[in-house]
Design a binder for this molecule. Structure first.
Ligand code: DGT
Ligand code: CA
Ligand code: CA
Ligand code: ZN
Length: 578
């Protein structure tokens, strides 16, 4: 046994004692001993032979005996007994990054949380956030931690992958022999979750680039390696498929590796009809006669698509969901862009479960260059999220009116509400209250397990309420964590269109709800979209970018999205809705 293994056992004993609520001095002794062992320079076996364990500062007589037993036999009955005395699920909780003995003890005692499953449910119900000393940020960290243990080796949220991918791309771009490098795969297509990161580089010396790449400290393990490609596991647990091609091949490589596979299959067939075989390396004549293009031919992606009779399609829509037909007819949409967004109508504040104050939120929105922000805290039935009662809501409205009048901020503040849709489809406040607000977002936050018919009827009833203007996160899904509840989306979409209501595209990277796959068809039927961040922190406002990503995947244009309207038009739109 080496010193690291030994230190880990001592550390764990300390944590287990914490969970059990043992004497803090005893606990500290184990943690200190672990640290002392880690910093030893002499071999631990030699120290034990010399019976010199007791000379190490922080290691007393009793601990010395235990350490000697572990090192000599590889076991410690005391440690094994201790582990047995704690429910197995609690030990599992230790694997959640950010959860230590102290927190686990509180969770067990206050919320009876014994397993990762219990923990997940408590997070989803907002119970962790309301525990003293925890709060919403801790709850969010715990949720992220749970997905990390659950999805290790599986899929990642696009947003999380971005934080890893972009610095990585910069590092590769700085390699000596790299001429160009770009992200490809589902990451480049801005899919809501990604299985791995596909990266394509151009170089005159691919092997040199591969050899530099696999030696980087950000790599945990090399899975496979060849002269032009390598697959590796990053320290963060995500896989990278890295390819290096020549500059002449680069655009062909991009088209292939950006994909999707379904898109690629169709364009290959189109090439075939022209007598060409299209691959990641270039065009080849199928009949093996003379090459169609000279060897030095270096077309752009755009030119390759032109040869096929198509035009450039943004990566986000390359899913073989109508883009090829539209490109043939030169009827591609002009997709919405980040800079088109003029404000946000779904923001929480410290009045309910947000972590930034109203003024902080407004200031942050102003800094983004927006023209307006809408405050939409929770309503009273969402008690776990600190929902507002009538009095609190009216007082917030008053504050907002005063702030607008004072001209303290250059942006306008709308006074709204994220109102619970009760189990029977009614809203959480009477009309007399709702009518005073600039707008109401109606959302489901409870009774997720209704059957499809009941849930659909519940949502439609809320849509028909004259004071509902927006439907919030329509399926309630939490990507990689919670499936959408059962609902007939087609009926809900139709009800929104008939009643002139707006469908939210919730931009939280874990929601991205309504799913992009529904938008193209729905907008053609006349559904209006609003990209809302559902912010609980000022920094969450940046999630609007994730919303724009999937809006683009859903073929949405500026004109389909309400919060691309400048302030005066937004005001009149909301007024006109009644
Ligand atoms: P992911 O990783 O599951 O989120 O999704 P992708 O689309 O990134 O899939 P991945 O990593 O397996 O492959 C990267 C790209 O390579 C994909 O976007 C298109 C291309 N590709 C992969 N497999 C095939 C295939 O069988 N045929 C063709 N034509 N292209 C493929
Ligand atoms: Ca991929
Ligand atoms: Ca891949
Ligand atoms: Zn909500």
């Amino acid at each position: 046994m080496d010193k690291h293994e030994l230190a880990a056992i001592l550390e764990e004993i300390g944590t287990l004692l914490t969970i059990k609520g043992e004497n803090p001095f005893k606990i500290r002794a184990y943690h200190n001993a672990a640290r002392a062992i880690e910093s030893l320079e002499e071999d631990i076996n030699k120290i034990i032979e010399k019976k010199a364990l007791g000379e190490i500062p922080g290691i007393g007589e009793r601990l010395s005996k235990k350490i000697a037993t572990i090192v000599k036999t590889g076991r410690l009955p005391y440690y094994e007994k201790l582990k047995k005395s704690i429910p197995e699920g609690l030990l599992e909780l230790l694997k959640v990054p950010g959860l230590g003995g102290k927190k686990i003890k509180i969770l067990y005692e206050k919320l009876k949380i014994k397993t990762v499953k219990d923990l997940l449910e408590a997070c989803q119900k907002g119970k962790i956030a309301s525990l003293k000393g925890f709060g919403i940020k801790t709850q969010e960290n715990i949720l992220n931690g749970i997905t990390k243990i659950k999805t290790y080796g599986q899929r990642f949220l696009w947003w999380d992958a971005q934080a890893i991918a972009l610095p990585l791309l910069e590092k590769i771009a700085a390699f000596k022999d790299v001429k160009k490098v770009e992200m490809a795969g589902s990451f480049r297509r801005k899919l809501e979750t990604v299985g791995d990161l596909d990266i394509l580089a151009a170089s005159k010396s691919p092997l040199k680039v591969i050899n530099t790449f696999i030696k980087q400290p950000f790599i945990k393990k090399v899975i496979s390696k060849g002269p032009t490609k390598a697959s590796v596991l990053l320290n963060e647990g995500i896989q990278v498929d890295f390819r290096v091609v020549s500059e002449e091949e680069f655009s062909f490589g991009l088209i292939y590796f950006i994909g999707s596979k379904e898109h690629n299959i169709v364009i290959r067939q189109m090439a075939k009809k022209l007598g060409l075989s299209l691959s990641e390396y270039g065009f080849e004549p199928i009949d093996h006669k003379k090459p169609v293009f000279p060897k030095s031919y270096k077309p752009t992606e755009d030119e390759i698509y032109k040869i096929l009779g198509l035009c450039y399609m943004p990566p986000e829509i390359r899913e073989n969901m109508g883009e090829i037909e539209a490109a043939l007819k030169k009827q591609l949409p002009k997709l919405v862009e980040e800079r088109d967004i003029k404000g946000d109508l779904h923001c929480h504040t410290t009045a309910s479960d947000g972590h930034s104050t109203l003024k902080e939120m407004v200031l942050a929105a102003q800094k983004l260059g927006w023209e307006y922000i809408g405050i939409s805290d929770h309503s009273k039935s969402s008690f776990q999220a600190g929902g507002l009662n009538e009095e609190q809501l009216l007082s917030q409205m008053e504050t907002i009116h005063k702030l607008n009048k004072s001209k303290k901020f250059s942006i306008h503040i709308f006074s709204g509400l994220e109102c619970d849709i009760l189990k029977n489809g009614k809203l959480d406040f009477p009309d007399s209250v709702l009518k005073k607000l600039d707008y109401v977002i109606a959302s489901v936050h409870s009774s997720f397990s209704l059957d499809e018919k009941a849930m659909t009827a519940r949502l439609i009833k809320a849509i028909e309420n004259p004071y509902t203007k927006i439907i919030g996160h329509v399926t309630g899904r939490l990507l990689l964590l919670r499936d959408p509840y059962k609902v007939d989306l087609t009926k809900v979409i139709d009800a929104c269109i008939q009643n002139g209501k707006i469908m939210e595209l919730n931009a939280h990277p874990r929601r991205l709800d309504m799913d992009w796959r529904y938008w193209h068809h729905a907008k053609e039927k006349g559904l209006k979209c609003i990209i809302n961040t559902d912010s609980h922190f000022t920094s969450d406002l940046l999630h609007y970018k994730a919303g724009v990503n999937v809006a683009r995947k859903g073929w949405l244009e500026k004109k389909d999205i309400l919060n691309t309207l400048p302030l005066s038009k937004m005001q009149s739109y909301l007024k006109k809705m009644g």
